[in-house]
Ligand binder design. Structure first.
Ligand code: PHE
Length: 448
């Protein structure tokens, strides 16, 4: 029982893992879509403001709970506030992990199919209609989407089996630099296209006429999803962070990395789209249909297409491992399962729900309620309800239940570190974040 708990071996390892969780399909495929729909530069500006002002404090609150409690989301809260109902906060996180993993593994599986398609030069000389038809044919195929989904979860489980230091840390430290190299190569390619400046103008020049409540709230929701806050992934990783690491600089590095990747994804996608006369559009179509078509019109398109889908797969993998780790740490610590058994259980249960998400995208699917597929339901339920609810509980718990002294003690490593803006950070956690989150909530439940 008193075996030493696994943990990150270095600050860099902790940053790589947490940034790996944050950087995901949300950055490379959801962010450009939202920016496209919401007027580019103005959305970017508001998004960055939100991420800096709210994202860093909320992330610090999660790391605080995790490192101080030293356990999974449920266990950490039980340690910090014994015999209270606050541990429900942790259960919201576990539910969110299963829910996100279900639909996220569906899209993650697509990235493998598309690497395969890119490798076999499937996109060559195909027009957009044919590529789109291929996409829906894929959804209707009786076994391919599940095969890739199961393979992807297998890869995730393979890393999780190995533990924190020899699994999560080791692999994210290899995968994250690889992701950056691919991002930079694709950026350079995109920026050297004719007419790239139009795309950059769209991304960076704010058009304030597009700013309204719905847009601000869309930016908020995206910020939570993209930073992986609100569901305990960062509580779990926080519990593995070394006691002497600085939680504020770790949070700052993770937030900066995540935001930079989102911006770089925009720098790849918009110049490419504009230079081929395509308007920024919404939905999965942009990454899975439009981009391959554009790449194939470029010199070296075969190569760029392959590395783009490898980029998506890597981004997704470092996020799915953080989601599965939440479940595995919970099952081992709260229910006494062995790590291997917990990994099997976590993987199989998420695949069970995941397969229904995938099935719901078939044309003849019965898993469609009204016009909401089970896939959309899991997406909306987690991003619009569970994450804001989780984040709200986390900030209220930190500021109102635990209080200033405990928070300061943890983030200053028992007064051995100076954190200049700690008063400001605490103020945001206590007053600003709860107010803003309640506003998102009301908007998403009643207005959308
Ligand atoms: N942040 C991830 C992304 O942007 C998604 C995610 C959310 C991962 C919550 C873990 C926890 O794709």
């Amino acid at each position: 029982m008193n075996e030493k708990r696994d943990g990150f071996g270095s600050k860099l390892g902790a940053i790589a893992a947490a940034a790996g969780s944050a950087v995901g399909l949300g950055n490379i495929y959801r962010f450009p879509c939202l920016a496209g729909e919401n007027g580019g530069g103005a959305f970017l500006l508001i998004y960055v403001l939100i991420v800096l002002c709210l994202g860093i404090p909320i992330m610090m609150a999660e790391f605080y709970i995790g490192r101080r409690g030293g356990k999974n989301p449920v266990g950490s809260v039980k340690v910090l506030a014994p015999k209270t109902r606050w541990s429900l906060l942790g259960y919201v996180g576990i539910l969110a992990a299963f829910t996100i993993l279900a639909f996220y593994s569906t899209v993650s599986g697509w990235t493998l199919e598309y690497i395969y398609k890119a490798l076999t030069n499937y996109f060559a000389n195909k027009d957009i209609a044919t590529i789109e038809a291929g996409f829906s044919e894929f959804h209707n195929n009786p076994f391919r989407p599940y095969l890739w989904q199961v393979t992807f979860m297998g890869l995730t489980a393979f890393i999780i089996f190995k533990g924190i230091k020899d699994g999560v840390e080791k692999y994210t430290k290899i995968l994250m630099p690889a992701l950056f190299v691919i991002l930079i190569i694709l950026c350079v390619k995109s920026l050297t296209l004719n007419g790239a400046s139009e795309g950059l103008k769209f991304l960076f020049k704010p058009d304030f006429s597009k700013v309204d409540g719905t847009m601000i709230l869309a930016a908020l929701g995206q910020a939570f999803f993209s930073l992986s806050v609100g569901m305990g992934a960062l509580i779990t990783y926080g519990s593995y962070i070394c006691k002497k690491d600085n939680l504020s600089t770790t949070s700052l590095s993770v937030v900066m990395t995540d935001t930079m990747v989102a911006i770089l994804a925009g720098v790849i996608i918009f110049p490419a789209a504009f230079s081929f006369g395509i308007q920024p559009e919404a939905g999965p179509s942009l990454a899975f249909n439009t981009l391959p078509m554009i790449f194939n019109k470029m010199a070296g398109g075969y190569f760029f297409c392959i590395i783009f889908f490898i980029l998506l797969a890597i981004a997704a993998l470092t996020s799915t491992i953080s989601l599965l780790e939440v479940i595995v740490t919970f099952l081992t610590e709260e229910h006494g399962l062995k790590r291997n058994t917990a990994t099997w259980v976590g993987t199989l249960v998420s695949l069970f729900f995941g397969i229904f998400c995938t099935l719901s995208l078939r044309q003849d699917s019965v898993f469609v309620f009204g016009n909401l597929t089970f896939f959309d339901f899991m997406d909306k339920f987690s991003a619009n309800i569970l994450l804001p609810l989780g984040a709200l509980c986390i900030v209220i718990f930190t500021a109102w239940k635990m209080g200033k002294a405990s928070f300061y003690d943890e983030i200053t490593n028992q007064n051995t570190l100076k954190v200049a803006v700690k008063g400001f950070i605490f103020f945001i956690i206590k007053y600003v974040a709860p107010f803003v989150i309640i506003a998102i909530f009301i908007n998403q439940i009643f207005l959308s």
